[in-house]
Write a protein that binds this ligand. Structure first.
Ligand SMILES: Cc1cc2nc3c(=O)[nH]c(=O)nc-3n(C[C@H](O)[C@H](O)[C@H](O)COP(=O)(O)OP(=O)(O)OC[C@H]3O[C@@H](n4cnc5c(N)ncnc54)[C@H](O)[C@@H]3O)c2cc1C
Length: 387
């Protein structure tokens, strides 16, 4: 069954899903080796660049396709069926750019220049917002990275942890405290600048291929124009919730779909000599498959319906924060159940390092620690209810 058919609304979306599918199929062949050998998936990024995937969320007037949130989640889900780690990394790039494309809170000249770099040279960008002392920036901690005013701009010093795909980034949006204030801003940092380096600290069991290393900034001299977002101005210009973060649940559904596909194929193929045929005919295996389908249906319906509402009803966007957060909570918890049930179908083969199941199992775990975290979602819902 084509899992995307129920959600594809037009020919453009079909082409986009096909593009993501071609990339995903190439990635899935390499996933196991990258994971086992702890290698960064450079080849996947080369493929993404060759296909023009990184410019999809840019404005049309600057050479992009201006994909919608609905299209973003669909292609990211499909991409993640091949390799969730690469999908999450490129999701930060596409999603962050989608936000600027929609809100236009940056200086237009700077944004245009960045778009040119992406269209012409396939440049990659990500937000570097996490630090060991703050934990998740969504909890409100002030960064220890400082931007000091100089005669012609800024000098930025600090260390960022969890910077996905740091090794292949051309630009980062680095959060820092602005001068002597207590205000946070985001600085556009070109990685070829003096004082910018990457320390390969990413040694995890989950989403290994994101290479979410430390980004180190040592007295990096930036032009005045590099301060592209300030908390005070973005809160005036952009009151909308960060809907682009739906690329996160989309990515983890992709990993769950890969587990589901593997388990179904396994059930068709595995024929122990205690049975007359493959285990797909065993009622308990069929029950588990049905359970997976039901859970996947719930997770995908909620993801796609909320993304669709965002696209079709812009007037309601400002009130959608709790719906968007709830999608993240429901999906990232659903995918545990899907992957767990799929592993029970496959049995102990799912524990072998050469079997992709154990990678899906480890990868979906990371969804808990991407924003918004479960406790924040539940707190938000409770506050709304008690208002
Ligand atoms: C695969 C992956 C890729 C990532 N990529 C990026 C990236 O590209 N860029 C980036 O900036 N970040 C990235 N992150 C970082 C991510 O967004 C979080 O910032 C990071 O995971 C830190 O989360 P934490 O749970 O360790 O920290 P914390 O938020 O500190 O949470 C740890 C524990 O402390 C508790 N806690 C901490 N503070 C509070 C509080 N104020 N109130 C209540 N409880 C609190 C939490 O409940 C939790 O139990 C990535 C993370 C992962 C896993």
């Amino acid at each position: 069954m084509d899992l995307y058919k129920p959600f594809i609304q037009n020919e453009r979306q079909k082409k986009l899903v096909d593009l993501a599918g071609e990339l995903a199929d190439a990635f899935s062949k390499r996933g196991e080796v990258y994971d086992r050998e702890d290698r960064f998936p450079y080849e996947n990024f080369n493929d993404l660049k060759k296909s023009g995937y990184g410019k999809l969320s840019l404005p049309k007037e600057y050479g992009g396709e201006e994909i919608t949130l609905y299209e973003l989640v669909m292609i990211q889900e499909r991409l993640a069926t091949g390799d969730a780690a690469t999908a999450l990394s490129i999701g930060w790039h596409l999603g962050g750019l989608m936000e600027v494309t929609e809100t236009r809170t940056w200086d237009e000249g700077i944004f245009k220049e960045l778009c040119e770099e992406i269209v012409t040279n396939n440049a990659l960008i990500n937000r570097a917002a996490t630090e060991p002392a703050t934990g998740s920036p969504t909890r409100g901690g002030l960064p220890q990275t400082k931007a000091v005013k100089t005669e012609d701009g800024w000098m930025v010093t600090g260390r960022k942890s969890f910077t996905s795909m740091a090794r292949v980034l051309d630009y980062s949006l680095v959060s820092a405290v602005i001068g002597d204030t207590e205000e946070k801003g985001f600085f556009l940092v070109n990685h070829s600048m003096e004082g910018v380096s990457v320390e390969e600290t990413w040694d995890t069991i989950s989403m290994k291929g994101t290479g979410s290393d430390d980004l180190v900034l040592t007295n990096v001299r930036l032009p005045a124009s590099s301060l592209v977002e300030r908390d005070s101005t973005t809160s005036i210009g952009n009151v909308l919730p960060k809907a682009w973060l739906l690329h996160i649940p989309a990515c983890y559904i992709g990993a769950a779909v890969a587990a589901r596909n593997y388990a179904i194929q396994f059930a068709k193929d595995y024929s122990p000599n205690s049975l007359p045929g493959p285990i797909k005919d065993v009622p308990e295996v069929q029950r588990k498959i049905g359970e997976i389908e039901l859970e996947l249906f719930k997770a995908r319906q909620i993801l796609y319906s909320v993304a669709d509402k965002w696209v079709r009803e812009p007037a309601k966007r400002a009130d959608m924060a709790s719906e968007l957060a709830s999608v993240k909570h429901v999906v990232t918890n659903s995918v545990f159940h899907i992957v767990d049930t799929a592993m029970r179908i496959v049995g102990s083969q799912s524990l072998f390092r050469s079997n992709p199941m154990q990678r899906y199992y480890r990868d979906v775990r990371a969804g808990l620690h991407n924003p918004p975290m479960d406790d924040m979602v539940i707190g938000m819902l409770a506050n709304n209810a008690l208002k």
